[in-house]
Design a protein around this ligand. Structure first.
Ligand SMILES: Cc1cc2nc3c(=O)[nH]c(=O)nc-3n(C[C@H](O)[C@H](O)[C@H](O)COP(=O)(O)OP(=O)(O)OC[C@H]3O[C@@H](n4cnc5c(N)ncnc54)[C@H](O)[C@@H]3O)c2cc1C
Length: 405
């Protein structure tokens, strides 16, 4: 650590800010730059929830209070774009060169936009940045005809927020979203919430958009008779994340659907690390998908700081995420894809959780309005606790008791 006197973090989202915080709390006393293209470092999950609905304003999204950066001696360069990096320096768009012993790429991602003709039209939105959210919010007026394309996490949350704002919402989703990550039972129940709340769900694909004087027309495939062509005031496309890897590619780093990093977040160049939504971990030869979730971005920052400081990596547990839609809170932990059996506990409308088991041990869980079940599952996964499936399914069983076995 002693030879590291300057660190530049590129990107001031959650992963970048977490890296800066973990470096300082870990004892790093050298120069520390945080360069971000936006107006200030903010949190993204509220963009599809409380910010869109108006329950939170922009100032409430700040990841840290404004004074935190000076208190932590973090040189925050807002509205600054990094145009290139190499092993020992970072170049900004105004020509400034920041020398660096270590560089951390925390560049996040863009909202993926499928190659649908007309998707670049003025009434077609995505939701990744605060600017996207502000533009979309202006379109979500009561009575507006809104099409949401994609029923995954962001699509579902946006559809629910638009409905709550009084819009007429159509959701186009040809499959059962999230089935791979939450299992079929929960995925079907979550998706069925939309029509139950008044959203018109089309099991259809969008083939094209055409902007006209009174709205944008969407051409569907598989929507049923009379539904092939419909007009909307605005469209929101929520079909996933495209990691921002341009700087890494130009620097010659290994990139494959994300900047490839090892267990300690180091890229193929030992002086450059990558964290958050732009990074993809390869551990023991196993290339993992980009996590794309809030907690993972924070954990990446802690690991990167430990690597830079030459400290042991923090212990890793099962991955966790949450989502809020139609007034319910969904949490998930672990990997449902790894399960050979699922156990349903409770039923929709009350406490409702699904556990994924493999060889008698919990490997995943997802719950609606039951954070306690997910917390218990997380401990079971991390400890490798063997569980009795019947006891797990029984609402009378205190899950903490299963942990004591
Ligand atoms: C609408 C929305 C809702 C979400 N909801 C949830 C949720 O409910 N639960 C959950 O677990 N996760 C959720 N997430 C995911 C979570 O917010 C992300 O995983 C997290 O924000 C990733 O942080 P990051 O720092 O990697 O990337 P980002 O937050 O994208 O930050 C990257 C930053 O890098 C900056 N940058 C990029 N390139 C440059 C450059 N060349 N020069 C300077 N700056 C640059 C960008 O401006 C940006 O500020 C949501 C995401 C979105 C978009």
């Amino acid at each position: 650590m002693s030879d590291i006197a300057s660190v530049v973090i590129v990107g001031g989202g959650l992963a970048g800010v977490s890296t800066a915080a973990a470096l300082r709390s870990g004892g790093y006393v050298g120069e520390l730059y945080l360069v971000d293209a936006g107006a200030f470092p903010y949190d993204r999950p509220p963009l599809s929830k409380d910010f869109l609905s108006g329950a939170k304003d922009l100032a409430q999204l700040a990841l840290q209070p404004a004074e935190w950066y000076a208190e932590q001696d973090v040189r925050l360069l807002n509205r600054s774009t990094v145009t290139s990096v190499d092993a020992d320096s970072v170049v900004l768009s105004d020509g400034t060169v920041l020398p660096a012993d270590r560089i951390v790429l925390a560049t996040g991602g863009r909202a993926a936009l499928p190659p649908i003709p007309g998707a670049d039209g003025p009434r077609v939105h995505v939701l990744r940045d605060v600017e996207d959210a502000e533009r979309l919010k202006a379109a979500l007026v009561p009575g507006a005809r809104i099409l949401v394309v994609g029923g995954g996490l962001i699509g579902a949350e946006t559809a629910a927020s638009a409905l709550a704002l009084g819009c007429e919402v159509v959701l186009a989703e040809p499959g059962t979203p999230l089935a791979a990550s939450v299992g079929p039972e929960m995925a079907e129940w979550l998706h069925a919430m939309h029509p139950a709340r008044g959203i018109d769900c089309l099991a259809a694909r969008v083939l094209a958009f055409e902007d006209g004087p009174d709205g944008v027309r969407a051409k569907f495939e598989g929507a049923g008779e009379g539904q092939e062509l419909r007009e909307f005031d605005a469209v929101v496309v929520g079909v996933g994340l495209a990691p921002r890897t341009g700087l890494a590619e130009a620097a010659g780093l290994e990139v494959d659907g994300g900047v490839i990093v090892d267990a300690g977040q180091t890229t193929s160049n030992p002086a450059i690390l990558a964290v958050g939504d732009s990074a993809r971990r390869r551990i023991d030869g196993d290339l993992r998908p980009c996590a794309g979730h809030w907690e993972a971005a924070q954990d990446d920052g802690r690991r990167a700081a430990a690597t830079i400081l030459g400290k042991p990596l923090p212990a890793e547990g099962a991955s966790w995420w949450w989502s809020d839609r139609h007034g319910v809170h969904v949490e998930a932990v672990g990997s449902m894809a790894a399960a050979d059996t699922t156990v349903v506990r409770g039923a929709p409308g009350a406490a409702f959780a699904v556990f994924g088991l493999r060889d008698g041990r919990v490997v995943a869980a997802v719950a609606v309005d039951d954070s306690g079940a997910v917390r218990a599952a997380r401990r079971m996964i991390d400890r490798g606790t063997e569980v009795d499936a019947a006891a797990l399914a029984d609402l009378a069983t205190d899950l903490r008791r299963l942990l004591r076995r």
